[in-house]
Every structure is written in structure tokens, then in C-alpha cells.
Design a protein. Structure first.
Length: 105
């Protein structure tokens, strides 16, 4: 009668822990660096700070523009504002005036 002798290998006991380590490292990496990870919170806070700074600039610009528009309403029409807008629209200057060219934002 033939008997087979099998040598017991120890490689089988490393398969499950190796697969578990791979899964844990994958999910651990994405817990820190993923779209909803821990570091994304800090990136989001930096972006919120930058956007709030932009919002303050835009609100200041809007307030400045609203003040200029308020000066052009009927009843409170400022002659200087009317003259400034007419000269800018018609591109006209008086002979005794000095013109300073600057960029308007």
C-alpha cells in the first residue's frame, strides 16, 4: 500500500493576516488622505478662510458701488457725480483741466 507523506507548510497561516493587513492599510490611508478624511478637514478650513477673505473684498466693493449709486438717485443727485459721469461717458474735458489717466476697477 502506498502512503503519501505530506509536509505541513506554514504559508497558509500568513495568508489571512496578510490580506487583513492590506485591507487595514488601504482603509487607514483613505481615512487620513481620502476625500472625507482627516486632512481634508484642514484643507477645507483653509479654503473657507480664503473664500471668506474674498467675500469681505467683494462686500467692500459692493458697499462702495452702492454708495456711488446712491449719489445718483433722484432727489439726492450730486452735481459733481453727474458731471463726472457725463465727462467720462462723453470723453470731454475743459481746456483748463488736468487729466490724470488711471485704471478704474
Amino acid at each position: 500500500m502506498w502512503t503519501r507523506q505530506h509536509k505541513k507548510r506554514n504559508t497558509g497561516i500568513f495568508i489571512v493576516p496578510a490580506i487583513a493587513a492590506v485591507f487595514l492599510s488601504y482603509f487607514g490611508f483613505h481615512a487620513f488622505h481620502g476625500e472625507y478624511g482627516i486632512y481634508s478637514k484642514y484643507r477645507l478650513q483653509d479654503r473657507v478662510a480664503a473664500l471668506e477673505a474674498d467675500l469681505e473684498k467683494v462686500q467692500a466693493e459692493r458697499m462702495r458701488l452702492e454708495q456711488r449709486v446712491r449719489l445718483l438717485h433722484d432727489g439726492t443727485l450730486e452735481k459733481d457725480m453727474l458731471d463726472e459721469h457725463a465727462r467720462r461717458a462723453l470723453n470731454v474735458a475743459a481746456p483748463d483741466e488736468i487729466i490724470v489717466m488711471r485704471r478704474v476697477y
